[in-house]
Design a protein around this ligand. Structure first.
Ligand code: ADP
Ligand code: MG
Length: 692
């Protein structure tokens, strides 16, 4: 493909298009809004809308939609055509500034966690000019925020934008202390997206995958991932063709798809984009997931984005690479080479360490879901305990600073000015710790807990706001200091001392770490309901209120929605499993056992002794009995009264319903290994993972 530069962004109303198509004044005014958040002049909006429409129509678009991210985590759209009747039976293609800037989707079916009920039924969408409009399926998509009549946020984008403002404000204050004239600091994100590709015929025959995203039964295939022959292995031609097509579709949408490779599990792959600002990356990742599914379908695949589609092989995550960049392009987590830069770097590093320690619970909450509970702590993904890994070199620096000790060669020394001289940190440290949930990787942090299906907005809201709070506290102290270099060093030393418990460079999968983490007082929320109850802890409410990210009502609504979503997800799984067992698996097993028994009886009548066949028939009948009984018990649990309190209801699902489902799965999976494959009603793990 040699036309990539022309293809790239061809479906995006980006800066280049705006510059070419908008009148100079309008372009400048819009740019001011995009870069500095200046309010948008309504007359400007009219011109932009007309221009956008002409461009979109020239690309074949007939409709427009406000594209937004309600709290379900998916993206929502409602399409309107551009047509406007002229009165003579004809139409013109029309699009006004008002339609661009504001929409009123009938939002009553989106979850609001009680927010809307208390105010007004209507929801509004508002144009986010910082994320470019684009064309998808002949529709002009306008990225928008979604809020209630009173401005309470009902989506994932608005808090992200607020958190970006919060961290920018505090980072700018801190940079001013280093004599830097910076107007804006942006959180930058590169989300690495993992996914599975299986044959779509197999997918179509698995109601559990269709309804819940994961397999609820399925015996392990004879071969799993133990040979580690898939990771970075050469791509099969079909998968290669899918990836080439995916890249092309993403490039058209201006998404910087960069790396495509195989992951650890069979049929598992990853796509990594080049990083961008948090807002753009989040929108791009939402689109990426949608495009992946569509392109997969064209290639005869189903793309699975669930965190744990198959038991016994690795699940899928989304590594959230995160850093901070100034408007001048300086990466604030790059250690740099001179002492002054080092101190600034150490201060920002300390801010992140403090933030992760102070708000471990929020980071855990941001990755909590029924799907991700199968992954965290399952010896393949980071444990549910949040800790940080900074690498041996940086750890040595921190240890010296904390101890206030003179340092070894290759470890830092402190100059008379108080500036810290770091050893040269190799960017690509070979001793990567794959078990760490939050790892420093040279000039950025990689948060590995998010699940593959997540909207990354929430994680970055937590991260941005928590780091904003560290920086705020630091700026408050340092702005008052008489001797800044000394105060800086003192602050770094005392904060690192206070928060070093969050640093852990060992094996995060080991049981010893769980014990050690408990000793250190780190939190360990194994399940989603355990984590979610802390969302509304006073310290968290205070954090979000102080930085203008969420009001107490807005946090409460999110907690309610997530608890409810969790309970619903588990109930749907339980009902799906019940249906699978009752209507597909147990009939197949009953019939098969009956056939065996009839065979045994016929043979006996003829005087043929078949004790092994008889044993097999008995064994299968007995397992089938256990299966039916477990299914009856699951049905009983499903009929239990549901607690009114969302948190109690969710915890009950985590304990009681999941246990009842496990009890069904055990005999079902054993039966799968005994029953004639030609009568087994579902594609097996082997079929799905190895015969693709
Ligand atoms: P690694 O080998 O550590 O995974 P890569 O260079 O392959 O590092 O990058 C992984 C992801 O991190 C990519 O999506 C990349 O764009 C992103 N990334 C790199 N630098 C930054 C940064 N400064 N801020 C945010 N993300 C970044
Ligand atoms: Mg990585």
């Amino acid at each position: 493909m040699n036309h990539v530069p022309e293809l790239f962004g061809s479906m995006v109303f980006n800066d280049k298009v705006m510059k070419a198509r908008l009148p100079k004044e309008v372009y400048r005014s819009l740019k001011n809004t995009i870069q500095r958040g200046a309010p948008l002049d309504p007359s400007v909006a009219d011109v932009v809308a007309a221009c956008m429409k002409d461009w979109a129509v020239s690309k074949g678009a007939t409709h427009f939609t406000h594209w937004f991210q309600p709290m379900t985590g998916i993206t929502a759209e409602k399409h309107d055509s551009f047509i406007n009747p002229c009165g003579d039976g004809s139409v013109i293609m029309d699009f006004s500034g008002k339609e661009l800037v504001k929409g009123e989707p009938d939002a009553s079916s989106f979850p609001s966690g009680g927010l809307r009920a208390t105010f007004e039924a209507r929801g509004y969408t508002a144009w986010d000019p910082t994320s470019y409009a684009f064309i998808k399926d002949d529709t002009l998509c306008i990225p928008t925020a979604f809020c209630s009549y009173n401005g309470q946020v009902l989506d994932k984008k608005t808090p992200l934008l607020r958190s970006m403002d919060a961290i920018s404000k505090q980072a700018v204050r801190v940079l001013a202390l280093f004599g830097k004239d910076v107007q804006r600091v942006n959180a930058t994100i590169g989300p690495e997206q993992e996914y599975f590709l299986i044959n779509k015929e197999d997918y179509a025959r698995r109601p559990d995958l269709i309804l819940t995203g994961r397999t609820l039964v399925g015996a392990p295939a004879p071969k799993g991932q133990e040979l580690e022959d898939h990771y970075f292995g050469s791509l099969r031609p079909r998968v290669k063709a899918f990836m080439a097509d995916l890249d092309e579709e993403l490039w058209k949408l201006g998404i910087l798809a960069k790396t495509e490779h195989n992951e650890v599990a069979p049929c598992q792959h990853e796509m990594a984009p080049i990083f961008a600002t948090a807002n753009i990356s989040t929108d791009a990742n939402q689109l990426t997931m949608e495009v992946m599914k569509k392109v997969a379908d064209r290639h005869g695949f189903a793309c699975l984005l669930h965190e744990k589609p198959f038991e016994g092989v690795n699940g899928s995550g989304k590594h959230n690479n995160w850093s901070l960049s100034t408007d001048g392009g300086e990466n604030l987590l790059d250690p740099g080479t001179t002492p002054a830069e080092n101190t600034q770097f150490l201060l920002f590093l300390t801010a992140v360490i403090k933030a992760v320690d102070d708000y471990q619970d929020l980071l855990r909450i941001s990755v909590a879901s029924a799907g991700n509970d199968h992954r965290l702590g399952a010896n393949e993904a980071p444990p549910a305990i949040v800790s940080m890994y900074v690498g041996d070199e940086l750890q040595a620096v921190i240890d010296c600073l904390v101890a206030g000790k003179p340092c070894q060669p290759n470890a830092p020394t402190v100059l008379d000015t108080g500036a810290v001289v770091l050893p040269n940190l190799p960017k690509d440290t070979s001793d990567r710790n794959r078990t760490s949930p939050f790892a420093f990787t040279g000039n950025k942090f990689e948060f590995r807990m998010p699940g593959s299906s997540f909207n990354i907005a929430c994680t970055n809201v937590m991260l941005n706001t928590a780091v904003a709070e560290s920086l705020r506290q630091f700026a408050d102290v340092l702005e008052q200091a008489d001797d800044l270099p000394r105060a800086l060093l003192e602050l770094i030393r005392s904060e690192l001392t206070a928060h070093q418990r969050i640093l852990f460079n060992g094996n995060g999968y080991s049981h010893d770490w769980e014990v050690e983490a408990a000793r250190r007082g780190l939190s360990n929320f194994r399940t989603t309901p355990e984590a979610l109850v802390h969302y509304t802890d006073p310290k968290n409410v205070e954090l979000f209120a102080r930085h203008g990210v969420y009001t107490q009502d807005e946090i409460q609504s999110r907690q309610d929605i997530l608890l409810d979503e969790y309970a619903k997800a588990i109930r749907i799984e339980a009902l799906t499993l019940l249906d699978l067992v009752r209507c597909r698996i147990s009939p197949a097993c009953v019939n098969y056992a009956t056939g065996l028994a009839q065979g045994v009886s016929t043979k006996k009548q003829l005087g043929i002794e078949v004790p092994q066949e008889e044993t097999l028939a008995r064994h299968i009948s007995s397992l089938t009995g256990q299966l039916i009984q477990a299914a009856d018990q699951l049905e009983g649990r499903l009929a239990d009264p549901v607690a009114e309190d969302a948190s109690v209801a969710a915890s009950w699902c985590a304990q009681t319903l999941i246990a009842a489902m496990d009890a069904v799965r055990t005999p079902a999976d054993r039966l799968e290994q005994l029953v004639d494959r030609s009568v087994w009603p579902l594609p097996t793990y082997s079929d799905m993972l190895f015969y693709v």
